[in-house]
Design a protein around this ligand. Structure first.
Ligand SMILES: C[S@@+](CC[C@H](N)C(=O)[O-])C[C@H]1O[C@@H](n2cnc3c(N)ncnc32)[C@H](O)[C@@H]1O
Length: 350
């Protein structure tokens, strides 16, 4: 398959395209794409018949900012009414066998209106796939995706376990906790699930740790630490939620987050201050270089037009400062579902 299809938050198509073009050129592909404003997806043509699969298999999902999901596809499939199953089945001949099959759309109101159609077509498509022998248990980690554009158009593609979201349409839905101080709490919850998966928690996220939360009020991010039994220094001039303070796990510091120094080394630093991204990046690099923490999760707020370029500058600044200090580190990043005009970054010093 020659194309890569990326699902993204509507409005971020240009950024997603700039990013995939950059990544593709690092892997020797010099293709092109035309972003459709607010469509919630972007198509990148690698210019090579197998380029789509080769490219997505050489990428790492937590090192792609704007991709909620990434699959390899051929051209869009147009179908006549009543001929959908047949048209998709014919196109499926070019796909590798898969373990399962998902039916998805972009995250726009128009696309979501296709839910009824998808429900109707899911069963017949599944049974046609099974009958044709396209679904096999041995095809571990390979998934087919039908991405519906309209009632008479869809992309048919494939994803690989090594680089993809395990959530339908690339969206991890979380329930707002009834005691949560603010909706922002979902941003840190999603970030912790994305960047500190189950198998790493014993080492990186456990009861008894100490954290600093810069720009903490009213306490949505602090809440995520408190429910994990982690003591948190909440730095903000604004008021913190009373219930959270009553847990005894929170020390409220009414100080400037750019000047605050922790009383000793802490296990985590998080930061949700609304500030210029480059200033936040500088501050995070400072904490990591000073050894005040080895783990940081922070938001870079991106209201500007060239968001991808701005983020790259921030990453370069962090990379150069940590390298200068001789630190080895891992940096993960994602425009999470609960993020809006911002992205979330996680840096861990090894
Ligand atoms: C988006 S809100 C944080 C929401 C919080 N993470 C939550 O989940 O409830 C940003 C906060 O940053 C704080 N803030 C902005 N600049 C700051 C600074 N220089 N020092 C400390 N706090 C700051 C603001 O007072 C505001 O409460």
């Amino acid at each position: 398959m020659k194309n890569v299809l990326i699902y993204c938050r509507p409005g971020f198509e240009r950024d997603a395209l700039a990013e995939i073009s950059d990544k593709a050129s690092e892997h020797g592909f010099y293709g092109y794409g035309v972003p459709a404003e607010n469509s919630g997806y972007v198509l990148y043509n690698t210019g090579d018949d197998q380029g789509g699969e080769t490219l997505i298999q050489s990428l790492s999902f937590n090192h792609l900012i704007f991709a909620r999901q990434i699959i390899a596809v051929n051209d869009v499939i147009d179908f006549e009414k009543g001929g959908r199953v047949q048209a998709l089945l014919e196109a499926a001949r070019e796909l590798p066998l898969a373990e399962d099959m998902w039916f998805e759309t972009a995250d726009t109101n128009e696309a979501k209106a296709l839910a009824g159609l998808i429900k109707k077509i899911e069963k017949p498509l599944m049974s046609a796939w099974k009958k044709a022998g396209l679904l096999r248990k041995k095809a571990v980690g390979i998934r087919h995706h039908v991405f519906f554009m309209e009632g008479n158009q869809a992309y048919l593609g494939v994803s690989y376990q090594s680089c993809r979201s395990e959530f339908l349409s690339g969206i991890r839905r979380l329930r707002f906790p009834s005691k949560g101080p603010s909706r922002s709490t979902l941003k840190l919850e999603e970030a912790l699930l994305q960047f500190v998966p189950e198998q790493r928690r014993e080492r990186d996220l456990y009861e008894g740790m100490h954290a600093v939360d810069l720009g903490a009020a009213p306490g949505g991010w602090t809440y995520q630490f408190v429910i994990r039994g982690i003591h948190t220094y909440a730095v903000d001039n604004g008021p913190m939620q009373k219930e959270l303070m009553n847990t005894g796990l929170v020390s409220h510091m009414t100080e400037d987050g750019f000047k605050f120094k922790p009383p000793g080394k802490v296990d985590w630093l998080v930061c949700d201050m609304v500030e210029r991204p480059i200033l936040v990046a500088e501050l995070m690099a400072k904490w990591l270089c000073e050894g005040w923490t080895q783990r940081a999760i922070f938001n870079l707020k991106l209201p500007m037009k060239k968001r991808y370029q701005e983020v790259v500058q921030c990453f370069e600044l962090i990379a150069s400062q940590l390298k200068q200090q001789g630190l080895k580190y891992e940096m993960q990043y994602k425009h999470l579902y609960h993020d809006r005009e911002e992205i979330t970054v996680c840096v861990m010093v090894k």
